[in-house]
Write a protein that binds this ligand. Structure first.
Ligand code: ATP
Ligand code: MG
Length: 581
């Protein structure tokens, strides 16, 4: 008996109505297509069709890992707290780390990631530089007690991740593996049929690219990306910001009565100038307990990651604290600040000799305040979150904007874990050194959702053949007769013989129900078998991704599908497109 997926027997409960709490298309459609069910916030069961897809995503990821020279292992999901104490992350990780205690009172956590565990595995075994590099990976369930699990598989609490960890004697060796893994990650995205970009996730580090995120572009992705035609792309949270504030020029510093004006928007419209000519002031305290007053162009936002790099532990002052320091919310400026304040401004403002700012007096602002004369700035830094329209840090052209879903990330860890955990090897020169490490993660279940986010329409999902639950669904318009059903069975058998994974909708349902379900589930190709067509010796093909239809002669069936079978074997994501060209 051929391996044909029979919809009359499949546990694939499709839903006609949209589930009420599903905002994103991927969430809604994976539920409606009977691929998964929700058990609790961020916890899902994969049903048979969803499991087929998940397995295929995992298989592609594993294959590319093997090709990149990584070796598969499996670590425990539950990890001893001791290791996390060694790295310091037991305290640092926060409430996302789910902790538990066993019957003997020993503490553990549910693995959100496995740097500690893997480091503890190799530290007693890899002893010499001669054994390096080593790259180990696993594909496993992770648990993160996300503050806001949402969007189905996109941000779950329990989710499937492929995580890899590499160990090196030299930075060059790490760079080599990092590059190989990045290439493998690109191939994975391609094989999943994604439209994707590698984006710089942390440009602030000197010494080049230390981490890169792979983003599936999607209208409703959680991440904001800026990109340039020159090929540069960055996560807006991390990308370098090169902006051009403007200047409201005055002959001398003027104090202007601005009753009721508290925001940049109000100030700009009150003065009839652009927001980029107003300087936004923010006040906060660092871990050193000192007062910091920051200035950024009015049309940009202070970036939390960047300010924390300048002022570790930076936190904005509360309204009460501002009053204690004698600061005026909505009228803060650099002229006449308390002596104790350290002023840091975005470096773009260095080129603006006159600032429009608060007067440190409620209801008043200053225009034409002169940098270096009327006030001073103690430090300059890149403080803003980059926006579309800002200059590309590589070529200077204006950046475009997009949204994306982070499907994977590669990271050069350096010696953070090996040093903290005493994981060392004997180097060529006879000295003991900590391993230089890399880590690499793919969101397997999130990737599945990201593909749906990119490939769907109102009727349902449009799987690429590479991860579809089956490549082709044969749809007999009637069952139980002595013409259509046997013909459909024969066609399904022949297609299976040609190497396709085939489903047959042999349910005793109306044609309309079968068409709707086939579109919803998203088989790449439908082969519709009806009485009238058979009388003419024909069946109808429908390409899910475009809705295009064509008739083919039954006599020609196998010959027609030969190029598709070849394309599929060669790794084509959409091997049936050629039938409709
Ligand atoms: P995010 O910024 O989206 O929270 P992350 O950067 O914390 O993700 P990593 O530690 O880089 O995640 O994990 C590797 C991959 O695991 C991510 O690129 C993502 O695809 C996936 N992943 C992370 N968190 C989740 C989650 N809550 N649900 C599903 N997949 C996730
Ligand atoms: Mg990440």
């Amino acid at each position: 008996m051929k391996n044909i997926l029979r919809m009359s027997k499949a546990y694939a409960p499709t839903l006609k109505e949209d589930p009420s709490d599903a905002e994103l298309a991927s969430h809604r459609l994976l539920l409606r297509a009977g691929m998964m069910r929700k058990n609790a916030a961020g916890l899902y069961t994969f049903l048979p069709l969803g499991m087929r897809v998940l397995n295929k995503v995992e298989a592609i990821v594993n294959e590319e890992m093997d090709n990149a020279g990584a070796q598969r292992i499996l670590m425990p999901f539950v990890q001893p707290a001791d290791l996390w104490h060694e790295s310091g992350r037991w305290d640092d990780y926060g409430p996302e780390l789910a902790r538990l205690t066993d019957r003997h009172g020993v503490e553990y956590c549910l693995g959100p990631t496995h740097e500690e565990l893997i480091t503890s595995v190799v530290r007693n075994e890899l002893k010499s530089y001669k054994q390096l590099p080593v790259n180990l990976y696993q594909t496993q369930v992770k648990f993160r007690d996300e503050i806001r699990p949402r969007f189905g598989l996109m941000r779950g609490r329990e989710f499937l991740m492929k995580d890899a960890y590499s160990f090196h004697a030299t930075q060059e060796s790490l760079q080599e593996t990092y590059d190989d893994m990045s290439e493998a990650y690109g191939k994975i995205c391609d094989r999943l049929g994604m439209v994707w970009r590698p984006v710089e996730a942390d440009s602030g580090q000197i010494g080049g690219k230390v981490t890169c995120e792979f983003m599936a572009l999607a209208e409703y992705g959680e991440a904001e990306i800026v990109h340039c035609e020159c090929g540069y792309a960055a996560d807006a949270e991390a990308g370098e910001c090169i902006c051009a504030p403007s200047m409201y020029e005055r002959d001398a510093m003027e104090k202007i009565s601005t009753p009721g004006v508290h925001t940049i928007e109000e100030l700009a419209s009150f003065l009839g100038i652009s927001e980029s000519a107003c300087m936004k002031a923010l006040s906060g305290k660092g871990a050193d307990g000192k007062l910091y007053v920051l200035f950024v162009p009015g049309d940009h936002e202070l970036n939390e990651i960047k300010i924390n790099r300048e002022v570790p532990g930076f936190e904005l002052l509360t309204d009460e604290e501002m009053v204690e320091y004698g600061l005026f919310k909505g009228s803060m400026g650099p002229v006449g600040l308390p002596e104790s304040a350290t002023v840091i401004a975005d470096r773009s403002l260095k080129d603006i000799p006159q600032w429009t700012v608060g007067a440190n007096e409620d209801g008043y602002h200053l225009a034409g305040a002169r940098l270096g004369e009327d006030f001073k700035v103690d430090g300059w830094a890149d403080l803003c979150t980059v926006k579309p329209g800002d200059a590309c840090p590589v070529c200077g052209k204006p950046l475009g904007g997009a949204r994306g879903i982070e499907v994977s990330q590669v990271f050069q860890l350096g010696t953070k874990y090996s040093e903290a955990m005493g994981a060392t090897f004997m180097d060529e020169d006879g000295t003991e050194k900590p391993f230089i490490m890399g880590c690499y993660g793919v969101g397997v279940s999130r990737s599945m959702a990201a593909v749906v986010e990119q490939r769907h329409d109102d009727a349902g999902i449009m799987w690429p053949a590479s991860i579809a639950p089956a490549h082709i669904c044969v749809v007999p318009l009637t069952v139980g007769d002595d013409l259509v059903q046997p013909a459909a069975e024969e066609i399904a058998g022949k297609l299976a013989d040609q190497g396709f994974e085939v489903a047959i909708d042999d349910r005793n349902e109306r044609a309309g129900v079968k068409f709707a379900d086939a579109d919803l589930i998203g088989w790449p190709l439908q082969v519709v078998v009806g009485k009238r067509g058979l009388a003419d010796g024909k069946v109808e093909l429908k390409l899910r991704s475009t809705g295009a239809k064509c008739d083919i002669a039954l006599d020609d069936l196998e010959r027609t599908f030969v190029p598709c079978a070849e394309a599929l074997a060669a790794g084509a994501v959409d091997p049936f497109d050629i039938l409709f060209e």
